[in-house]
Write a new protein. Structure first.
Length: 261
């Protein structure tokens, strides 16, 4: 996506260039976030994934880097399809996106089916870039938080008895973050009080993790509803990443609702 506006105001950060990281929003599949050094082993076979220039780890899968076919389009909706042949990711799969404008925002659906002959690890997510000012506030209730190490990989999971707002209402600009929160409860909210605008993101149950990325000295940040934490492929006992049998499908959706403050 290159833009998402409501009444003339940008809800997602507008496209900033030609690279995938310059878009307003991209799909994450067949996995979200990072796989350590782009390597993991399945049934004794080492899988080696390509890495973007300057990245230590494989990032966000194939969906955000690949061309998609337009299956159906009208003034208020679009359906896109992507076929992935077996390559470094040694499973064939088919993916779909459906984007549908609603009265107060839009609805985004992702679906993925394993076309390979063996079980495939799979995850889904959406990665919007959001405008950031000094007054912007993010709110989300989660039970856990993964502390990241200097290598950008999960190091320690802190879990609480009940979901809480780990940001405690502080402005987004008050800290630098590259953090995955677990056990989401309810929707996610972005408030821009200086713009008189707010966004409510309602992910489906599969997307129970939220990755929040706040870089230093930038006019954007990211709140990513995802189905698993970074490098989940190396923590098989952790819930989130699923193994799809041949012919099995995985689906998730996020409803984006915009309203005035």
């Amino acid at each position: 996506m290159t833009s998402f506006h409501w009444r003339g105001q940008p809800v997602f950060a507008d496209v900033r260039g030609d690279a995938p990281t310059d878009m307003a929003c991209v799909p994450l599949l067949p996995f979200a976030n990072r796989i350590a050094r782009g390597r993991f082993t399945v049934a004794g076979r080492e899988i080696v994934l390509p890495r973007l220039d300057g990245e230590a780890h494989a990032l966000h899968g194939d969906g955000w880097l690949s061309p998609w076919d337009v299956v159906d389009i009208d003034r208020d909706h679009a359906t896109l399809s992507f076929h992935h042949p077996a390559d470094n990711w040694p499973w064939r799969y088919q993916a779909w996106q459906e984007l549908r404008i609603t009265g107060d925002g839009y609805h985004h659906t992702l679906r993925l089916i394993n076309l390979g002959e063996t079980p495939m690890p799979a995850g889904l997510g959406l990665h919007p870039w959001l405008p950031r000012t000094s007054a912007t506030v993010y709110r989300g209730l989660h039970r856990g938080r993964w502390q990241m190490g200097d290598d950008q990989l999960p190091r320690e999971l802190i879990e609480l008895p009940a979901p809480q707002d780990w940001w405690h209402g502080a402005p987004v600009a008050s800290q630098i973050s590259d953090t995955c929160y677990t056990g989401r409860h309810g929707h996610l909210t972005i408030n821009w009080p200086d713009r008189g605008l707010a966004l409510a993101m309602a992910p489906s149950a599969l997307l129970s993790f939220t990755h929040v990325y706040v870089p230093a000295a930038a006019d954007f940040f990211c709140v990513e509803p995802v189905s698993h934490s970074p490098d989940a492929i190396h923590r098989p006992k952790e819930p989130g990443l699923v193994w799809l049998a041949p012919g099995e499908a995985l689906a998730a959706e996020v409803n984006f609702r915009v309203f005035a403050l």
